[in-house]
Design a protein around this ligand. Structure first.
Ligand code: HEC
Length: 401
């Protein structure tokens, strides 16, 4: 019952998280489009009011006329529209999901018992939880310091972007060395998503508040606040596509159970940013297909990289006749069915994870390819909770159904 209620809470939180993220990212994409589509006002009197760009649009049966002020309007309306809750809700619900899903079961969701790093492979549950939180926090601190030091007055944008790209490759590498594959992808996405929300929380909104305050006091707002808000919001734009992919990667074990998963992850991060760049440029009236072409090329490289290699059966097993269905099912019953059953006996599971059930040999047969893949890659049993031996893995790899 308890596991069932947890599952239900998980589903509701995920629902909220996805909706909030759609609203936030949708708005962010809209404002980038708006900013890049602005044209100088046609009307002299509009220009005199301090408007530097405008956009006409038709949507939902009505006509809209957006205007952007070079600095600020003469008087501020009392009903100024602010946006921040979409961002905060996305982060808070995402963090709650992480706690509920990963931090309540760190032993098999966070720890990678096959890690090349001894200390990471032998972390206890709470050590893994603390490491994950520190990882998230450090990601933001390093990114934020980089922005402040490389670009204190919002100049050298190119160098800063390059530094952020290198940082993301480092995050991808470190996460895959320290954590289990699935958590590594999620945490890398979460480092970016945390930077996005923290940019809104620590810089963009406080900067806008200072600008409004200055105007109310009849002073000129500090232009650095506006520039910084813009710089951080441009970073957010390039983070969006990679973050969404990394969050979805959870469903695709071929991505995160690969030995070079950090390279695959990095390729996707750059591909996402390049594809986003195409749309950013397109809204200012230029079509530059080289960007998405480069993005697609990177995706193709990762298709090639992540392709499963042939089953690595040991000579001893390969030389003999392959195992029978019943022999394989006996192994699966011992090592997998605690979780993958219509009625799991493993505490914390109320239903078969990923809908995969191995109660009968027939059910195993229908999922033979996938089963071999997750067993040979070492992804299953999760955290090797059930102590599957290498010989058993080799036997399943050599199985010709
Ligand atoms: C401790 C519980 C547990 C054990 C034991 C376990 N699994 Fe899983 N398995 C899970 C969970 C949780 C998921 C869902 C993870 C996900 O969404 O990637 C999963 C997912 C899967 C999937 C779907 C993966 C995908 O990419 O969709 C397959 C196939 C699978 N397991 C096979 C096995 C096999 C074969 C064994 C035994 C060798 C095994 N599992 C042992 C918990 C377990």
């Amino acid at each position: 019952m308890e596991a069932y209620l947890l599952d239900f809470t998980n589903m509701l939180l995920r629902w909220l998280h996805v909706i909030a993220a759609i609203a936030w990212i949708g708005e962010s994409i809209y404002f980038v489009m708006l900013d890049n589509s602005l044209t100088p006002p046609r009307d002299e009197s509009t220009r005199k009011k301090g408007v530097f760009g405008e956009m006409w649009a038709v949507h939902g049966g009505g006509f809209y006329h957006n205007q952007k002020y070079a600095t600020s309007p003469e008087t501020l309306p009392s009903d100024l529209h602010w946006s921040f809750w979409k961002s905060y809700t996305t982060w808070l619900s995402g963090f709650a999901l992480f706690v509920l899903l990963y931090m309540t079961n760190p032993g098999f969701y966070l720890v990678d018992p096959n890690s090349n790093w001894e200390w990471a492979a032998s972390m206890t549950g709470w050590q893994a939880n603390v490491t994950a939180l520190v990882f998230l926090l450090l990601g933001w601190v390093v990114y934020n310091e980089m922005c402040k030091r490389i670009s204190p007055n919002m100049e050298r944008d190119g160098i800063l972007s390059l530094a952020v790209a290198v940082l993301m490759v480092a995050v991808a590498y470190l996460s895959t060395q320290i954590f289990a594959g699935r958590a590594a992808f999620l945490l890398t996405g979460a480092v970016m998503a945390t930077a996005m929300s923290a940019n809104v929380f620590f810089w963009i909104i406080p900067g806008q508040r200072r600008m409004v305050k200055a105007m109310e006091a009849g002073e000129a707002p500090n232009p650095l606040d506006g520039k910084r808000g813009k710089q951080r919001s441009v970073h957010n734009t390039y983070f969006t596509l990679p973050v969404v992919l990394l969050m979805l990667s959870n469903h695709y074990s071929f991505m995160y159970s690969h030995e070079l998963s950090w390279v695959i992850m990095s390729l996707f991060i750059f591909a996402g940013a390049l594809i986003r760049q195409f749309f950013v440029v397109m809204h200012s009236g230029k079509i530059q297909p080289a960007y998405p072409a480069a993005g697609v090329a990177l995706v193709l490289v990762s298709v090639w990289l992540a392709a499963p290699s042939g089953p690595a059966a040991s000579d001893a097993v390969a030389a003999a006749e392959g195992p029978t269905l019943d022999e394989v099912h006996a192994i699966v019953t011992e090592r997998c069915v605690a979780c993958h059953s219509q009625q799991p006996t493993q505490p914390g599971f109320s239903s078969p994870p990923a809908g995969v059930v191995y109660d009968t040999p027939d059910q195993l047969l229908r999922q033979s390819q996938k089963t071999k893949q997750v067993v040979t890659s070492g992804y299953m049993p999760l955290g090797n909770m059930t102590n599957m031996t290498q010989k058993e893995r080799d036997t399943i790899a050599a199985w010709e159904e």
